[in-house]
Design a binder for this molecule. Structure first.
Ligand code: AMP
Length: 383
């Protein structure tokens, strides 16, 4: 299937919903502290404006957990956009798919912008709720996926909406597709994929896709415990993606059938509470004590994973191996980062949270850092 970009379609006069990554830091007085991501989205936005599209932008910002929380409003981003594009009318909708969004869109002319309020103010966003996806889709004629760092997530505004609209890639994604296409379609082997982060369900598309291509899949992070559960292990209070236990079983069976070596942590660092200063110890994978939770991959796992990574010719990594925000539980992620740096092959790092900056030995970093997972989610429909 050809992966189309905005250049392959007619956008003049059309309402184009563009999923961008405006997940920018805000100052205490609610100004954009760093507009790098807004500037990065400009090539696609300007192309659409120059070609007389009605540009409807949507994004998440932070983790408001499905509730309206004005700490995470995109209003300051609208103000910054207006500064960057002084000639263009920029309207800000105070909701995502409600009255304000509909009114702003109805009121817009070709070559204008509407920025919708934070998609994650709706709990339906992260649940990839079809009704919410339909409401988003109803605002537009075309969907453009250009959210650097978020495209790998199966959320309504990144994946769900593409079920109901013709979908193409923006320039950021298009560029990454080109760069990564070779690595993915024609990988040098052994090809090792590393997946971590919180939830299995968030990354189903990525996992399935990788299983078709990689030789070894290393699992870490919170998602490992759902796999443990699927294997019948007790996981104490570890993160569990309850609805994905069967899926984890399916993925393990699929890996086996394909001859992919799916590796799970053999040991895990556990703590009695989710806290930076919590007491901790390392236990075998099948011996997590009741009341304790898995916070990181253990020492033996780090060594095993490092060995596999260093011997790889292609490495793709998405998602941290543990709760890297707490230094005591960042060691697994650091170990994987160091192994990637030592690997002689092509190393691609993806996903918003994967390379915790502090853990990466940037000076010796030969890897290509592409915070995008452009396969699987794009271009479900021909235009
Ligand atoms: P994701 O955004 O899905 O890549 O997940 C990143 C998040 O997963 C980070 O905030 C990590 O703290 C979290 N995470 C990684 N390992 C664990 C774990 N063992 N338990 C809970 N959360 C985790």
């Amino acid at each position: 299937m050809a992966k189309k970009t905005v250049e392959d379609i007619q956008v003049a006069g059309k309402r184009v919903l563009c999923r961008v990554d405006f997940n920018v830091p805000l100052t205490e007085d609610m100004k954009v502290a760093d507009d790098k991501r807004i500037v990065a989205a400009m090539p696609t936005i300007k192309y659409l404006l120059d070609h007389d599209a009605k540009v409807i932008l949507c994004s998440h910002l932070g983790r408001p957990k499905g509730k309206v929380d004005m700490k995470y409003t995109l209003a300051p981003v609208a103000a910054r956009l207006q500064e960057l594009l002084p000639e263009v009318r920029v309207q800000f909708a105070s909701d995502t798919v409600g009255e304000s969004a509909q009114k702003c869109v109805a009121d817009m002319k070709d070559g204008e912008i509407v920025l919708l309020e934070n998609t994650r103010f709706q709990k339906e966003e992260e649940a990839n709720d079809p009704e919410f996806s339909k409401k988003l889709a109803n605002l537009a004629d075309i969907f453009v996926s250009d959210a650097f760092g978020t495209v790998h997530r199966a959320h309504a505004s990144t994946a769900g909406v593409a079920e109901y609209l013709p979908a193409v890639a923006g320039f950021l994604i298009g560029k990454e597709l080109g760069i990564m296409g070779e690595a993915l379609n024609n990988p040098q082997r052994p090809f090792v994929a590393i997946l971590g982060g919180a939830k299995v369900s968030d990354k189903i598309g990525v996992i399935k896709n990788l299983l078709e291509k990689c030789d070894t899949l290393l699992i870490g992070g919170g998602m490992a415990y759902t796999f443990y559960k699927a294997m019948g292990y007790e996981i104490g209070n570890s993160l569990l993606d309850e609805n994905s236990i069967d899926l984890a079983k399916e993925l393990m069976a699929d890996a086996k059938a394909r001859g992919v070596n799916l590796m799970l942590p053999v040991d895990t660092v556990v703590a009695p509470e989710f806290n930076a200063d919590a007491e901790y110890k390392t236990v075998p994978a099948n011996a997590i004590p009741a009341g304790w939770m898995g916070m990181d991959i253990g020492e033996e796992t780090r060594a095993k994973y490092a060995e596999v990574i260093k011997a790889a010719k292609t490495v793709i990594w998405n998602g941290p191996m543990g709760v890297f925000e707490f230094p005591n539980f960042a060691k697994g992620t650091s170990a994987v980062a160091e192994a990637c740096a030592e690997c002689e092959g092509t190393t691609i790092i993806g996903g918003g949270d994967s390379p915790p900056a502090a853990a990466l030995p940037w000076s010796s970093w030969r890897a290509r850092c592409c915070p995008v997972w452009p396969f699987s989610m794009i271009n479900k429909k021909e235009v």
